[in-house]
Design a binder for this molecule. Structure first.
Ligand code: FAD
Length: 537
């Protein structure tokens, strides 16, 4: 059980790491994944998203603490617990963020993470169906699909409406500018999900120097003197110890990475001691600085057909199923998010602070704990949604038990700053403006949520608090920064104060990016792998 590298977590970042570290054949690598195989129909089928969203066999199904900013609601936090991690259960929107986000990382003292540094990494990962450009890559392992030939007619109307509302059309939301309304490209290929497992891990599985253990929950990192030397994991009721001659890489994602460090004695000392855990290294930043995007939908009864009518009746399911199985096309091959974009809530801002989503399907009548995208509402409806890009609210994720199977406490503190509340109010007013345009209003029979009675600022704010929720992009809980006083890892993703230990996943982001986080997680995996390999010489 001795390896050169042990990677904990086969998610968006972990799969890239496993691929890159085994590529040369020089190193023996162990990849531990708490979840199981991703060879499941509803994981591979894009619209299976609705099924995997609450499935405990491949989802950690976290529940955040009751949040005052969300009217005291305990928000639901799905995270992938399966090969591919959250990239196996996500909504597949491919967005890299705003170049200035990464320049902010570099300005925070993180050398090597500016936009000019990360753009070549993004381009090398990507196989963009739309072709290469200064901003886009082809020939990489991650296929990105252009599904514009399959869009619902509402998506075209939405683009027209955006223009009427003063938002330019953006032909590529990952191109030279971010602002504008556009169509989303997806991490899919031939109608199937292109998770990090499919893109990076599957091809690497043939290599004799890669061992993948599934159903293997890492419970503690062993540290001897200044150095991390091994990992204890649980598998089929047994405790196994594996040792690493070179490095241990934590890639458990923004909830589990800080949890595992804390369980290993690396974190806020008082809390660890109170739980009876020996303190290996005091660092209060482990689990702190949590940032996440929060979003809300406005939903409308539609005068024209939506996916609700196409998918709800049995004959609709049959047609969509046949279309998918025979041709790899149709609603099952797509994300629920078809179009979207980025806008500014004030002209004074220099970059967009809000992201838009058009969903041509709705599940308002679904019971709690279900998201039946294949059995949507029994009336025609669609949503215009949005989420903030760079919220200033900060939360934390801390263990509340020394038992590794007990979920950590997630405290999001959504909308806990005035700035976040004010910009969200302006943003939902823009949604209303979009809905009121000639193009959009021509297909809206009535606003179902929040509904016409919700008009004043106070009413809109109450609705924001009542109906908002995470859009599943937590970051920052093992954040990168130049010193241990304010960060967990350095710019080479090495844990401050411990040798042979890195964190390489979304949790290292010092500031949240403006947009969905999967592409950035994969970029972090690839760039992190480069650093590990450079340091192996
Ligand atoms: C429902 C949902 C929808 C989303 N939609 C989008 C989208 O449309 N576009 C987009 O860009 N992003 C989206 N995201 C976000 C994106 O998928 C994540 O940011 C990204 O996948 C995170 O990558 P990661 O490597 O940090 O962690 P993950 O991909 O979550 O991987 C962590 C892995 O580590 C494993 N693990 C954790 N702890 C242990 C342990 N102790 N022992 C062993 N294994 C462990 C986990 O099981 C998991 O497989 C979505 C996320 C969710 C949950």
């Amino acid at each position: 059980m001795t390896y050169d590298y042990i990677i904990i977590g086969a998610g968006s970042a972990g799969c890239v790491l496993a691929d890159r570290l085994t590529e040369s054949g020089r190193f023996k690598v162990l990849l531990l994944e708490a979840g199981g195989s991703d060879a499941r129909f509803w994981v591979q089928t894009p619209l299976g998203y609705g099924r995997t969203f609450f499935d405990p066999s491949l989802n950690w199904k976290y529940r955040a603490e009751p949040d005052p900013g969300l009217s005291g609601a305990a928000d639901y936090w799905p995270r992938g617990k399966v090969l591919g991690g959250s990239s196996s259960i996500n909504a597949m929107v491919f967005i890299r963020g705003n170049p200035a986000d990464y320049d902010d990382w570099a300005a925070g003292g993180n050398l090597g993470w500016s936009w000019n540094d990360v753009l070549p990494v993004f381009r090398a990962i990507e196989d963009n169906e739309g072709g290469a450009s200064d901003f886009r890559g082809v020939g990489g392992k991650l296929h990105v699909s252009d599904v514009s030939d399959q869009l619902h007619p509402l998506a075209r109307l939405y683009l027209k409406a955006a223009r009427e509302a003063g938002l330019p059309i953006n032909p590529d939301l990952n191109g030279p500018t971010q602002e504008g309304a556009g169509l989303y490209q997806l991490t899919t290929k031939n109608g199937q999900r292109m998770s990090a497992a499919r893109a990076f891990l599957r091809p690497a599985l043939r290599r004799a120097n890669l061992r993948v253990e599934t159903g293997a929950l890492a419970t503690r990192i062993l540290v001897e003197g200044p150095r991390a030397t091994g990992v204890i994991y649980r598998q089929k009721g047994r405790e196994v110890t594996a040792t690493a001659g070179r490095e241990i890489i934590v890639a458990g994602g923004s909830v589990n990475s800080p949890q595992l460090l804390q369980l290993s004695g690396i974190g806020p000392a008082a809390r660890l001691r109170s739980l009876g855990l020996p303190v290996v290294l005091e660092n209060p930043n482990v689990g702190d600085h949590l940032q996440d995007h929060v979003g809300i939908n406005h939903t409308y009864r539609s005068t024209i057909p939506t996916l609700n009518g196409a998918l709800r009746p049995w004959w609709g399911k049959l047609r969509a199923g046949a279309q998918y199985l025979l041709l790899g096309r149709g609603p099952l091959s797509l994300s629920l998010n078809q179009a979207g974009g980025f806008f500014r809530t004030s002209p004074d801002l220099i970059r967009p602070n809000m992201q838009l989503y058009l969903q041509t399907i709705s599940t308002l009548t679904a019971g709690k704990g279900s998201r039946p995208l294949l059995n949507p509402d029994p009336f025609e409806a669609f949503s215009l949604g949005l989420s903030n890009c760079r919220p200033t609210s900060r939360g934390n994720i801390m263990i509340c038990s020394a038992d590794p199977t007990v979920a950590p406490k997630i405290v999001p503190n959504a909308y806990s700053t005035e700035k976040d509340r004010v910009e969200m109010l302006a943003a939902v007013k823009f949604l209303r403006k979009l809905a009121d345009t000639p193009s959009m209003s021509s297909v809206i029979a009535e606003e179902l949520r929040p509904g016409p009675a919700c008009q004043s600022d106070a009413e809109l704010m109450a609705d924001i608090a009542q109906r908002s929720g995470t859009v599943f992009h937590p970051i920052g809980t093992c954040r990168m920064g130049p010193d241990m006083g304010s960060a967990v890892v350095d710019a080479r993703l090495r844990v401050h104060g411990i040798d042979g230990l890195r964190v390489i996943d979304c949790s290292i982001m010092p500031n949240i990016i403006s947009g969905n986080t999967n592409a950035a997680a994969i970029m972090i995996g690839a760039k992190g792998a480069d650093m590990v390999l450079q340091d192996s010489r």
